[in-house]
Ligand binder design. Structure first.
Ligand code: S3P
Length: 172
């Protein structure tokens, strides 16, 4: 495979779980961008946000996007805000196919409600806030995506299979 599959979308749309399923199905390497950032920075995402702020986190994220996209042949689970900067999207598009995972705000809430490592939602863990932030990012996610897959009421394996079918169609 001479390109990367870049999974994007809001927190809780299943990017990490689905990318692991695709990695197993296609026998390709998986990179989880948040894990990569944590290893690279030597501290948790919560700590980066609380010590240095969101802008610094976004700078580190942009450096990591560059590094990750310098290689091909992988499935990459991107952080939910990774496509907010143009430079990141440019980098991703050079050798990557961008697959957007979507979910209803209620589905996202159910999936992330017990999570304490998503600083963007800390203190705002409710459906209303999630719906608001999703709405703010929706156009951006849709305009950068090559393929869009809804994930509500589907298993990670179903979503992974659907992505692979859509990629075949896209590549034709
Ligand atoms: C963020 C999403 C998170 C993580 C960080 C910021 C966002 O990744 O990168 O907390 O702004 O949407 P996940 O989408 O993997 O939770």
């Amino acid at each position: 495979m001479d390109y990367n599959i870049m999974l994007i979308g809001f927190m809780g749309t299943g990017k990490s779980t689905v990318s692991k399923a695709i990695s197993l199905m296609m026998k390709i390497e998986e990179t989880d961008m948040d894990t990569y950032i944590v290893e690279r920075a030597g501290m948790s995402i919560n700590d980066i946000f609380s010590k240095y702020g969101e802008e610094r986190f976004r700078d580190i994220e942009a450096e990591c996007v560059k590094e990750i996209c310098s290689e091909s042949g992988k499935i990459v689970s991107c952080g939910g805000g990774a496509v907010l900067r143009d430079e990141n999207v440019e980098c991703m598009k050079k050798n990557g196919l961008i697959v957007l995972l979507t979910a209803e705000a209620g589905t996202v809430y159910d999936r992330v409600k017990n999570s304490t490592d998503r600083p963007v939602l800390n203190g705002n863990m409710n459906v209303e806030y999630i719906a608001q932030l999703m709405e703010k990012r929706k156009d951006r996610y849709h305009e950068v995506a090559d393929i869009i897959i809804a994930t509500d009421d589907k298993t990670p394996e179903d979503i992974a299979s659907e992505i692979l079918v859509e990629i075949q169609k896209y590549k034709k």
